[in-house]
Design a protein around this ligand. Sequence first.
Ligand code: NDP
Length: 280
Amino acid sequence: MIILKGAEVSARIKDEVSRTAKELGGAVPRLAIVRVGEKPDDISYEKGAKKKMENFGLAWESFVFPGDISHEEFRKEFQKINENSQIDGILLLRPLPRQINEKEIERLIDPAKDLDGISPENIAKVFAGDDTGFAPCTAEAVIQVLKANQIPITGKRVAIVGRSMVVGKPLAMLFVKENATVTICHTKTEDLKGTCRNAQILVAAAGKAKMLDQSYVGDGAAVIDVGINVDENGKLCGDVDFDSIQETASMATPVPGGVGAVTTAVLALHLVQAAARRRG
Ligand code: NDP
């Protein structure tokens, strides 16, 4: 089984980022990372995003608000970031605390700065197959992994386990745009195993540690593991039981070191694209 390493895909994206950045006449694109509260998952994602921006020669700024900030106060602060002309793109760490109306913030974010595809306008563009917007970074990262490794998508049977708005649903649309035939699976799917086994490309985005073992993987399938979980020993792991699929899958992404590294690279790519579009 071939291991599809995220670092190699990330390096290719870095070249694309550098090419686009050069066309900006010396301006360094600036990312705003917006965090509310001190959730370890958010802090860890923020750390990864900052590291990637620095590695790609891009600028970042963190905006951190207390976990108990009121909706009104946060809305006002968020609007200031939205209108800040020094900021080219925004990454909003979610989910937000319950007192904040997340839907309202999704409607508020400037679609031109919405690098992670949360605004209704960008979501509509993903569903319309219009690539002038920004798709959620993780969903796009899956497609980037396949393309960078020259894995054919056209005409292939794809199964995605997970139907969230962050991964499963937008990813299904990106696959349809690439002419794949897609099945979206979830907790009510009958014969999940059979559906997964029938897929030539299997994407795991359920958020369940090592849930998909060899019995879910068809012979020669390409397996893309989006899941980020902690196993019984406190170690980071994906949704796929990586060791058990070695004889069945033809290739697979590891966790860590797979899709996660590509997600932040796509974020950087979206940032330079946003900066280039803003500067015409
Ligand atoms: P959600 O919890 O929002 O969605 C999980 C989806 O998986 C749901 O649609 C759920 O079905 C489905 N699901 C859960 N358990 C099962 C099961 N036993 N059988 C079939 N379907 C199941 O998660 P996210 O989409 O936000 O994230 C998914 C995973 O990806 C998580 O591990 C997360 O940490 C990771 N992630 C990784 C990123 C990266 O950069 N690599 C970025 C974002 C997320 P139903 O709708 O029926 O409940």
